[in-house]
Design a protein around this ligand. Sequence first.
Ligand code: IDP
Length: 157
Amino acid sequence: MSHHDERTFVMVKPDGVQRGLIGEVVSRLEGRGLKLVGAKFMRIDQDLAEEHYGEHADKPFFEDLVGFITAAPVFAMVWEGADATRQVRRMMGATDPAEAQPGTIRGDLGLDLGQNVIHGSDHEDEGANEREIALFFDDEELVNWDQSTEGWVYESA
Ligand code: IDP
C-alpha cells in the first residue's frame, strides 16, 4: 500500500439522493483527484442503521436519525487517495450545514442538521473508515484498479 491508498467510506444520504445530488457529490470527489473503488445504490435496513450509528444510540436524536437514514435509498461509496478520510471530511464541512463553510458540500447544499446530504468516516475516530467500509461492502465489491491520471494528481507516485 502506497501512501496514496487510504480508503474512506462516503455515503450520499436519503435527502441527497431524493434531491438529485448523487452526481454533484461524486463530481466533487472525482474532481479532487480521489479514486472511486466501490459504489452501491441501496436501502439501509433497521439493523444496519442501528449498527452504523451505534455510537449515537443513547442520544435523543437517535430514533429520528435511524428513521431518516432508512427512509429512502442511499448511495454508498468507497474512495481512495492520500489522507482520504480527513480530506473528505474537510470537503464535507461541519456536521450542521447552517455552520458549514460555503465551498464545502454541506455548506453549499444543505441547511438542516438532520438532513445534511453526506456521510463520511470520521478521521478522528481511529479505524472508523475501515470499520464502515467492512460494514457496507464485501471485499469482492471493491475494485483494485490503476487510474491513468494518478501521475497528474500526485507529483511523486
Ligand atoms: P457527522 O455526520 O458529521 O460525522 P455525527 O456527530 O457523527 O456527525 O452525527 C451523525 C449524524 O447525526 C449527523 O450527520 C446528523 O445528521 C445527525 N445529528 C448529529 N447531531 C444531531 C443533533 O443534535 N440533532 C439531530 N441530528 C443530529
